[in-house]
Design a protein around this ligand. Structure first.
Ligand code: SAH
Length: 470
């Protein structure tokens, strides 16, 4: 390690920057986060610098640097975009005892400025000793994503509560109190009630941990999206990161399961034994028993849990058992499928509403308002519509739908093996049986792919042509 990371006390101290343009402004974006007194010295300064001086945020000296300018400076930046001038001012500042950084000149700098993730008072500094700035930026982007924006506020309020929390015994009990505050109770309270809500939450949490210092389980009902892991929400990722137990459905894709915490217990709720679905009551029991044992349970469902996801049954089970729950929405299959064909679910002048239908319900093939659906311009996204295709087709034609109404079936939407079948209502069957779909498929009534999306993408051409010419 050639550079040793430290956090320097700069509040109230001087930081001097020599230069007059964009490079200085770039440095100031970081320096102005501190409580240092900042002086910028340079002839003919850029407007942005004059503005900052007018706002009283920096002291601006509009002339080239002279001896004496860096006296008492803790840090000094040479940012002139001119190697000779930088050398000259750096020598002056060094002589006056400041630590010197020359922008883009690692060799002659006494310190370097890291990439910073700012959740004040939590600050993450990332340095690569100049070896790989791209890597530093990627790590920064990754951390920016992972650390909630509220973290700084949580930490500030948490800091003020430290002495109160000493009422809890040291060690595991106190650690679990803080873990619950930072991982769950704090972020949830902040989301709901903002900063004000944090102190009361800490008080309540402390009472609870004082009364019964045991782990309390909870359940997150999480949408896993249509399959592409990039279509997971950040909240879903965070829940997977923290899960003790993940109970997942058949349709949740393997790359998403990979993202669960290594130590998490993974339970497949889609199939049990030789292929029968696990009954809902059994799934409810599993969720509740793990949560009661203190686990953070993630109930992972494909797409959005609020769309044909049997969400209510599971919420009711949690409520009956007195277990905290929350819903993390996801991208539903029809959103992904419609994106895959370059269309919109609604369009001005065509359809002012869209229906999400299921091909099946508890009683078998599902009945709908067929007369309404048969009208020109209607758009419907049909879930679980493979087996019921012939039934739906028959009902619609019987109610007067135009046999030429476009119908598009998207199999494995958002996944590498996505397939698009383009057909019409009168050809829906046999198009579907001939295609022999094996993955989940979403059927759009009243939508054809945008021309550009029906163009010869290798995997889809044959289906599109076969169906289109039929
Ligand atoms: N909650 C899920 C839907 C569950 S019902 C959601 O919001 O997407 C299961 C049905 O969803 C499947 O039968 C299929 O019609 C559809 N589906 C789920 N994932 C899909 C995908 N990747 N591509 C196409 N359809 C999908």
């Amino acid at each position: 390690m050639q550079h040793f990371p430290i956090f320097l006390a700069v509040a109230g101290r001087r930081i001097v920057v020599s230069g007059n343009g964009e490079t200085v402004l770039a440095k100031l974006r970081l320096l102005l986060k501190t409580e240092a007194r900042i002086t910028v010295i340079g002839a003919d300064p850029a407007d942005g610098l004059r503005d900052l001086a007018d706002q009283g945020r920096i002291t601006l000296i509009p002339r080239p640097m002279q001896a004496g300018d860096a006296i008492c400076a803790a840090l000094f930046y040479a940012a002139n975009d001119d190697a000779r001038e930088d050398r000259r001012v750096a020598a002056l500042a060094r002589a006056e005892g400041a630590l010197v950084n020359i922008v883009d000149n690692l060799e002659d700098s006494a310190f370097i400025t890291p990439a910073i993730v700012d959740r004040d008072p939590v600050t993450v500094a990332i340095g690569t000793e100049g070896a790989a700035p791209v890597l530093a930026r990627r790590i920064k982007a990754d951390l920016e994503e992972r650390l909630p924006a509220s973290l700084g506020i949580l930490a500030r309020i948490g800091k003020g509560f430290r002495s109160v929390a000493e009422r809890l015994p040291m060690g595991r009990v106190r650690r679990e109190f803080w873990a619950e505050y930072y991982d769950r109770a704090g972020p949830a309270a902040f989301d709901e009630g903002g900063e004000e809500a944090l102190r009361p939450t800490l008080d309540a949490l402390l009472d609870r941990h004082l009364a019964a210092p045991v782990r309390v389980g909870r359940v997150d009902l999480v949408g896993a999206g249509p399959g592409d892991p990039d279509l997971l929400t950040l909240k879903a990722r965070k829940a997977l990161d923290r899960a003790d137990v993940v109970i997942f459905d058949q349709l949740v894709s393997a790359p998403i399961l990979e993202l669960a915490r290594r130590e998490a217990v993974m339970i497949h709720a889609g199939k049990e034994g030789f292929g029968a679905s696990m009954p809902q009551s059994r799934i409810n029991e599993l969720i509740i028993s793990h949560a009661k044992a203190g686990a953070h349970v993630v109930r992972l469902k494909s797409g959005d849990p609020t769309v044909f996801g049997r969400l209510d049954e599971e919420i009711e089970a949690c409520e009956a058992a007195g277990i905290d729950w929350s819903v993390v929405p996801g991208i539903t299959a029809s959103s992904a499928a419609v994106a895959g064909i370059g269309q919109s679910l609604t369009k001005r002048g065509r359809n002012s509403g869209v229906r999400f239908l299921t091909g099946h319900d508890t009683k078998g093939f599902a009945e709908h308002d067929w007369a309404q659906l048969a009208r020109p311009g209607e758009v419907a996204a049909i879930y679980m519509g493979k087996k019921s295709a012939r039934f739906i087709q028959g009902r619609l034609l019987m109610h007067g739908a135009d046999p030429a109404t476009p119908v598009t079936v998207v199999e494995n939407a958002s996944r590498p093996d996505q397939r698009v079948l383009t057909t019409t209502l009168s050809r829906l069957e046999p198009t579907l049986s001939e295609a022999g779909l094996t993955g989940p498929a979403l059927t759009f009534l009243g939508l054809a792919p945008r021309a550009a999306c029906a163009a010869p993408a290798a995997t889809r051409t044959s289906e599109i042509q076969a169906a289109g010419t039929a």
